[in-house]
Design a protein around this ligand. Structure first.
Ligand code: ACO
Length: 336
């Protein structure tokens, strides 16, 4: 019987950091508005020709180093992103080429802000069934180049940042409860809400002759749109619901959990989830104030920062929860 555990963690954000004040003029917004509603203070946006796979390369290198593994030890890549290098092939293939890891399978998955939890479940299942030994699970995004960075798009553009997080899931023989291992996860989606948080184009569902037309660009169909209130309501409800279920099915309570790593969409969402579940605020590790919402990267990025801050140590019981476009959502529990 095999189990998976996280053997390495890495993360990377591009050097250019923008405070809310930097966005005030170009987006007709204010530091006060952004902080009050989201908790965000700053975010990192790429410059030059950096691509999503470039960010992932840096996070991967740090994860390999922390796992004390070489790139040749990795036998599968799972790459979660909504902001790929190109329409196809998947960004996992570009990462693989840049890391010189040719031959191993490379999956791209598209569950947006829930991408890391979905990817974790896949990696765990592949390891448990004996297929792979060391899986690189990456979440990476460049949002800055995909948003309407004018006052018209300010409700979305202030929220998102660029960044990457990488973890390596490794195989071990099943052992005692206090040994590092992924314990459980819970996944959901409800496509009835697909258009509440989405980017329409390019795509075949826009009733146009081509997947991308100049008229689509004129109509700004290549930018993300969000019904903020719907997202808020559903995120709070679903994250709390799923995490409660995961804890209960594993016979654990909030008191048993040492640290909660939530998706970083909005500080108020996480505060509300904590309030509903009775989680003491000091048990939730948030990073949104520094990075904004980096979508598939938020949980591994938080993991890396929590380790650095001395808040996450081996042996700790960690609860995770995420909610995102789709709608997709889920939760996970692991002994780190
Ligand atoms: N700066 C200044 N004013 C703004 C901005 C901005 N960036 N964005 C919107 N406004 C204005 C609007 O124009 C509106 O003005 P009006 O009243 O004069 O018409 C007013 O602020 C209120 O706009 P709403 O869109 O209703 O703002 P709301 O109070 O709902 O807050 C927010 C928006 C913060 C996005 C909120 O809905 C929310 O927290 N939603 C959760 C969604 C979220 O956080 N998504 C993150 C990504 S999705 C994910 O990861 C799951």
């Amino acid at each position: 019987m095999y189990q998976s555990y996280i053997s390495g963690v890495g993360a990377y954000v591009p050097p250019r950091s923008l405070t809310n004040f930097d966005l005030e003029k170009p987006l007709d917004t204010s530091d006060e508005w952004i902080q009050q509603r989201t908790g965000i203070v700053k975010r990192h946006w790429v410059e030059g020709d950096t691509s999503t796979s470039d960010l992932a390369v840096e996070a991967t290198k740090e994860a390999l180093e922390s796992a004390k593994l070489s790139k040749d030890d990795i036998d599968c890549i799972i790459f979660a992103t909504l902001s790929p290098d190109h329409e196809f092939p998947g960004t996992g293939c570009f990462l693989q080429a840049k890391m010189d890891m040719s031959g191993i399978p490379a999956f791209d998955i598209r569950q947006q802000c829930s991408g890391y939890i979905y990817g974790l479940s896949m990696a765990d299942a592949f390891i448990k069934n004996g297929m792979y030994k060391n899986i690189l699970l990456v979440g990476a995004e460049i949002h800055s180049r995909g948003m309407d960075r004018t006052p018209e798009g300010r409700n979305v553009a202030v929220l998102f940042g660029d960044g990457a997080g990488a973890t390596i899931l490794s195989r071990k023989e099943a052992g005692a409860d206090n040994e590092s291992h992924v314990i459980s996860y819970d996944l959901h989606a409800d496509g009835a809400f697909a258009k509440e948080l989405w980017t329409p184009g390019p795509g075949t569902g826009n009733g146009k002759e081509e997947r991308l037309t100049t008229s689509m660009i004129d109509e700004k169909l290549h930018y993300p749109y969000m019904n903020g209130r719907q997202v808020f309501m559903h995120a709070v409800k679903r994250m709390a619901e799923s995490l409660t279920y995961t804890l209960k099915t594993n016979g654990k309570s909030v008191e048993d959990v040492d640290l909660f790593l939530f998706h970083q969409a909005n500080m108020r969402i996480n505060d509300k989830v904590g309030e509903i579940m009775g989680i003491p605020p000091e048990k939730v590790f948030n990073t949104i104030q520094h990075y904004g919402n980096t979508t598939a990267a938020t949980i591994p990025l938080g993991m890396r920062d929590a380790i650095k801050a001395g808040k996450l140590e081996r042996g700790m019981l960690v609860g995770m929860a995420a909610f995102g476009s789709g709608f997709t959502w889920g939760s996970g529990l692991m002994r780190f």
